[in-house]
Ligand binder design. Structure first.
Ligand code: ATP
Length: 274
């Protein structure tokens, strides 16, 4: 399910302080319902690009020095993260961002509270989160600190989804996870995209996993897109892996086969009356 761009980036430049130019003229678009991956080595600029789209870059003392970001065709420069969330941009940025002493359910409730959901909508959002992530349903009274890394990542995603975003920004969701759990997490993301039409912009160092699911991947190096291609096209070019990712050869894409999330119809009562 893809359509016109839900988000467009034109000639974006982002700096930290005076010295570090982390993004140097990047342009890209994510179609509605599309799945786009950003791949590249450490320090390439993937996180900075995502922070710019989610309004968080200024909190890191960064600033957009040139270019435009359009969401649904409207310029979102300077909008706060909470306004962007309300507009339909969900984000799971680095580090999973759960409240560790709080239970799974309390973590979800902080997100519904932040979204200003009514009591009824909160119940629906919780039901939806537990349908998507059955493991969270089993652990709803467990403090987040006692969850596994994969479960914490699911919780971070469930929190990002309570407002029924139309675009989900994900920064390295598989970082630090065992390979099988990393596959499960990305398969869950792919299912959200495929079954619920949530557009995805994923920054991922695990290029093989990202390419297994993304419609298009952009290879970023030193703040610039060096190459854009379909996952299949990129997977076939071993020399690119050595050149841009420092890998000896192309990793083999992992076929989609895991299902970690249960069905939860988009707009199943979510995101209408807040
Ligand atoms: P990683 O996978 O390591 O997070 P990345 O591709 O996401 O890499 P960024 O984190 O966006 O890359 O970093 C791009 C450049 O910006 C790097 O040179 C990095 O050192 C710098 N940078 C990132 N965050 C900051 C910050 N808060 N202050 C100053 N420089 C920063």
């Amino acid at each position: 399910m893809t359509g016109k761009p839900i988000i467009e980036v034109h000639d974006l430049e982002v700096c930290y302080g005076e010295a570090v130019q982390a993004v140097r003229g990047i342009s890209l678009a994510v179609p509605a319902g599309g799945f786009i991956a950003l791949i590249g080595a450490n320090g390439a600029g993937k996180t900075t690009l995502l922070r710019s789209l989610s309004g968080l870059v200024t909190l890191q003392r960064g600033r957009v020095t040139a270019g435009r970001i359009l969401f649904d065709g409207a310029d979102i420069a300077g909008r706060s993260p909470s306004r962007l969330a309300t507009a339909g941009i969900g984000q799971v940025l680095e580090g999973r961002r759960c409240f560790l002493p709080m239970t799974v359910e309390e973590n979800l409730r902080t997100a519904t509270f932040a979204q200003g959901l009514s009591r009824r909508r909160t119940r629906e959002a919780l039901d939806c989160a537990y349908a998507r992530f059955t493991r969270l349903a089993e652990r709803r009274r467990t403090p987040a600190a006692l969850l596994s890394g994969g479960e914490q990542q699911m919780l971070a995603m469930a929190r990002a989804l309570v407002g029924s975003p139309r675009l989900l920004l994900l920064d390295e969701p598989t970082m630090g996870l065992a390979p099988r759990i990393a596959e499960e997490i990305l398969a869950g993301v792919a299912r959200l995209n495929r079954d619920e039409g949530v557009a995805v912009l994923l920054a991922e160092q695990n290029a093989g996993l990202a390419l297994a699911h993304a419609d298009t991947a952009h290879v970023i190096e030193n703040g610039v897109i060096r190459l854009s291609a379909t996952g299949a096209e990129l997977a076939g070019h071993g020399e690119l892996w050595a050149t841009y990712l420092g890998l000896p050869d192309a990793p083999s894409p992992v076929p989609y086969h895991h299902e970690v999330t249960g069905p939860c119809k988009r707009n199943q009562g979510l995101g209408q009356s807040r």
